[in-house]
Design a protein around this ligand. Structure first.
Ligand code: PGA
Length: 256
């Protein structure tokens, strides 16, 4: 798809999941910030566990790296033991929040409906949502990928119009943490479908950034980012190694 003058600054997001002690988290954030100051062609976000958001916010002050959270609750406050509100995330310095990661869908019962509620809350709170969707191996093998992605997209974004404020992450479940990456062609096919689904919703469809996630590593980043509708990455395992995360950022930088 021709990109013309469209500005789609690439974005690389590190999802640390439930990893790092306090010391490890600070060390990792420090190592990521080292030498990264010069990279301005790419937006960079790190999403540490909730408990380290505040110390990490201090480490990345005055750098181009932004802070994100891995989840939020859709209510403002109240009796929701163990949950974190959008306002709390804003107060601690978050600008982004991951919503509907497949691990949350799989292990914590998140549904398209809760994703939709969280998405709307994030927008209200002026957090940028990174909405994740993707198919399982069974779905792919049964040729249900396109139908499933279309369904998730329509349900996750039901009644939603603020597409210019959203990031979408395509993460095939079979590629997450498995070392199996989707080929660049497989990923582009779904990214192309998502672009088409966006086109049906908004004139600004070409400006929405669609990230790929699932075993992104320094060695496969260049191939994937060369695809026309891949605008960055959501990185799990490799974001826990500063050297690999920075290598991925470098591979992405320069794409418009
Ligand atoms: P992975 O995780 O890079 O370890 O496969 C990606 C993700 O879950 O966001």
């Amino acid at each position: 798809m021709a990109q013309g003058n469209i500005k789609r600054k690439p974005l690389v997001v590190g999802n640390w999941k439930m990893n790092t002690t306090a010391d490890e988290a600070i060390e990792l954030a420090r190592s990521i910030t080292t030498d990264i100051g010069a990279i301005i062609e790419t937006d960079i976000v790190i999403c540490p566990p909730f408990v380290w958001l505040s110390p990490i916010a201090s480490v990345i002050t005055n750098t181009s790296i932004k802070l994100g959270a891995q989840n939020l609750h859709w209510e403002d406050k109240g009796a929701y033991t163990g949950e974190i509100s959008a306002r709390m995330l804003k107060d601690v310095g978050c600008e982004y929040v991951i919503i509907g990661h497949s691990e949350r869908r799989q292990y914590f019962g998140e549904t398209d409906q809760s994703v939709n509620q969280k998405l709307k809350k994030a927008i209200d709170a002026e957090l940028t949502p990174i909405v994740c969707l993707g198919e399982s191996l069974q779905d792919r093998e049964a040729n249900r990928t396109n139908a499933l992605i279309t369904n998730q997209f329509n349900n996750d974004f039901e009644g939603f119009t603020d597409f210019e404020k959203v990031i979408i992450a395509y993460e095939p479940i079979w590629a997450i943490g498995t070392g199996k990456t989707a080929t660049a062609e497989q990923a582009q096919e779904v990214h192309g479908l998502l672009r088409e689904l966006l086109r049906q919703k908004t004139d600004g469809y070409n400006e929405v950034r669609i990230l790929y996630g699932g075993s992104v590593k320094p060695k496969n980043a260049a191939d994937l980012i060369a695809q026309p509708d891949i605008n960055g990455f959501l990185v799990g395992g490799a974001s826990l190694k500063a050297k690999d995360f920075k290598a991925i950022i470098k591979a992405v930088s320069g794409k418009d």
